[in-house]
Unconditional design. Structure first.
Length: 250
């Protein structure tokens, strides 16, 4: 999927971003790359992205379809801060084989390999759809829906994309309340699927709506389920869905 790069420069870009995104910018110097999201004041997902240290600047690696709105929102929050935000032309490569020099590990999951900035490398043949499904990794614009998705419903803590101790950021209060719930009642899981159905198909269990079907690959799929209605055997269109869950997201 096409990526866009927003460069954040000026007087302490980490301090500027710290009050806007879900992860802790204090970790960036140590790791070189972080996964994070920007939320609405109501705690709903707007965009997910990688934050990459580039000297004194920070690069935001975001799905190209979300870049324009993200840039506008961050510019709105900038007010008079001595910060420059600009979309730049910088190639992004990723793969799962031997990491080239300068590559950074994908912070979401070890199986997702590496990301490299500033060099366009040929496709290494990785089946990213199958990899995402196997490890229940949501994707911008598919399982992650702007102005609808809540981070903890899609496993952002499992993806190392949210920090619960960093302090205030936009949407933090709602996220913190969800984190303190004793039980998760819905979330993304990987299910087994026999047949296929369009992305967005309703999953039915015992005649009741139990969730939504998303990306499918190699006999598996990512599904958003209501755990109180989910059963071992369900339907999505003509496809049969199997899930042996324990009442929480995988």
């Amino acid at each position: 999927m096409a990526r866009a790069i927003i460069r954040v420069s000026g007087d302490d870009p980490a301090k500027f971003l710290q009050g806007l995104v879900s992860n802790d910018l204090n970790k960036l110097r140590q790791h070189g790359i972080l996964y994070a999201a920007m939320l609405s004041p109501q705690g709903k997902y707007l965009a997910d992205f990688f934050l990459v240290a580039d000297g004194a600047d920070i690069l935001i690696d975001v799905d190209a379809s979300l870049a324009g709105d993200l840039l506008r929102r961050m510019t709105m929050y900038k007010l008079r801060a001595p910060i420059t935000l600009e979309q730049v032309d910088l190639p992004v490569s990723c793969g799962t084989g031997s990491a080239p020099e300068g590559a950074l590990p994908d912070p979401r999951h070890a199986a997702l390999g590496w990301r490299l900035y500033g060099m366009a490398l040929p496709d290494d043949g990785t089946d990213w759809e199958a990899l995402r499904v196997a490890h229940c990794i949501p994707q911008s614009g598919v399982e992650l829906v702007p102005n609808e998705t809540f981070l903890l419903d899609v496993g952002f803590e499992r993806l190392n994309g949210v920090d619960f101790r960093k302090g205030c950021y936009v949407g933090q209060e709602v996220t913190a309340r969800m984190q303190h719930k004793t039980e998760r009642r819905k979330g993304l899981v990987t299910v087994t699927i026999s047949g296929t159905a369009p992305v967005g198909s309703e999953i039915v269990s015992g005649g009741k709506a139990a969730g939504t079907l998303y990306t499918q690959a190699d006999g598996q799929a990512i599904a958003f389920l209501r755990f109180d209605r989910a059963r071992e055997k369900m339907q999505a269109g003509s496809a049969e869905i199997s899930w042996q869950g324990s009442g929480q997201a995988a």
